[in-house]
Ligand binder design. Structure first.
Ligand code: ATP
Length: 372
């Protein structure tokens, strides 16, 4: 296996479209790195540059410490798995998996051994004689992964491999790919727009927007300490609630104010914010950091809100409450069994101990965004 290093990698299409901008990234040996971001953020382009399918406008890409800028894809020792599995319809599963090895003139016994080993890992040994049209979507996807595994590449590249699968199969295949990673100890770069996939699969996540990496960190750090409002809003479902307002000092304490809503900022958070008297900020509160008033004793730094419920969505194990606060749409995620009625007023509590604050102009987190 191998590491992948990107140094100042930039891709400009047609002289004008900047798809990837000055990207630095080191994917360590055996690491599972997920590139995640909204449509058009440049994640596929970045992966295709590593694969050698797209030329680099400037910068350097190294695989296993070898500069590969001018190395053609077939000589990079990588294997890529795409969203549309691109299996050969007229070939059996066995032949689909063996095809690449035959092209490379591997001995027949070795091909056989590798195909059977991969089939075993992927639990498709019983399907080896079938053609792709006789397989389910999930099985086809496994064959596509198998085709990559038999090559024993230095690096696996996955481009949205699960997006054609239905929700249940996606979850199942997600855990399978994680297991394969464990078993093969492979270096994997995985592209998705799905933040749940990113959170559950990646040892590290690269959150991208407009061709730039906004944050590179392990999933929990990304979730708990987002460096800016974009990352905070992109990772987490339902998304973090945001409300613009002002931080002021009152009798030695810091208070957040937005219209009639007033929330004391707990001392630890206030200390981390530094000198913020009279500063415009955006407050961020995750839906699970909002509680019913009955749970007030679970909240260390409560800020009380009377919410008029526009929509109530019982999810079975929890309930999503949609309401407006000072003209802002908000959602709370409450773990009660009996849903409150739509159009009723309920008292809720924001846990300010878990609050986030962002600069109104730049979106930078005042807590976790580092020095300006
Ligand atoms: P998606 O999730 O929709 O696939 P993405 O994050 O993978 O999006 P890319 O496909 O990498 O994004 O595209 C990044 C930007 O580069 C987009 O603005 C896209 O329109 C542009 N782009 C991609 N390929 C080309 C191309 N061949 N020619 C011109 N522009 C391109």
């Amino acid at each position: 296996m191998a590491n992948v290093v990107l140094k100042g990698v930039t891709k400009i299409f047609d002289g004008t479209v900047v798809a990837v901008k000055d990207m630095d990234l080191e994917v360590h040996d055996r690491e599972f790195v997920v590139l995640v971001g909204p449509s058009g953020c440049g994640k596929s382009t970045l992966l295709r540059m590593v694969a050698g399918l797209e030329e680099i406008t400037s910068g350097e890409i190294l695989i296993d410490d070898r500069l590969v800028n001018d190395v053609p894809p077939k000589d990079r020792d990588i294997a890529m798995v795409f969203q549309n599995y691109a299996l050969y319809p007229h070939m059996t599963v066995y032949d689909n998996m063996a095809f690449g090895l035959r092209l490379r003139k591997y001995p027949r016994e070795e091909i056989d051994q590798r195909v059977r080993e991969a089939a075993d890992i992927l639990d498709i040994a019983a399907l080896l004689d079938r053609r792709p049209k006789a397989l389910s979507g999930g099985q086809r996807q496994r064959v596509a992964v198998g085709r990559a595994i038999v090559r024993k590449p230095k690096v696996f590249l996955f481009d949205e491999p699960l997006s054609n699968l239905d929700a249940k199969l996606r979850v199942q295949t997600r855990t399978e790919i994680s297991k394969i990673h464990e078993r093969l100890k492979a270096t994997i770069i995985y592209v998705t727009h799905d933040q749940v996939e990113a959170m559950t699969m990646g040892s590290r996540i690269v959150v991208m927007k407009d061709g730039v990496a906004h944050q590179v960190a392990d999933p929990l750090t990304i979730y708990q300490k987002p460096v800016n409002q974009f990352v905070a809003g992109f990772i987490g479902s339902p998304a973090m609630n945001f409300i613009e307002g002002r931080l002021t000092r009152e009798n030695g304490s810091t208070v957040f104010e937005a219209g009639a809503f007033r929330a004391p900022v707990p001392p630890e958070r206030a200390r981390a914010l530094g000198d913020v008297s009279d500063r415009q900020v955006v407050l961020g509160v995750r839906p699970e950091d909002i509680f019913e008033i009955a749970d007030a004793d679970r909240v260390a730094a409560p800020a009380r809100v009377t919410a008029h419920l526009d929509v109530v969505e019982p999810m079975g194990n929890e309930i999503f409450l949609y309401f407006r606060l000072e003209e802002r749409d908000m959602v709370a995620r409450i773990d009660v069994r009996v849903p409150p009625a739509v159009n009723s007023d309920v008292d809720l509590i924001f846990d300010m101990e878990s609050s986030h604050f962002f600069d109104t102009e730049s979106g930078r987190s005042l807590l976790f965004g580092g020095e300006v």
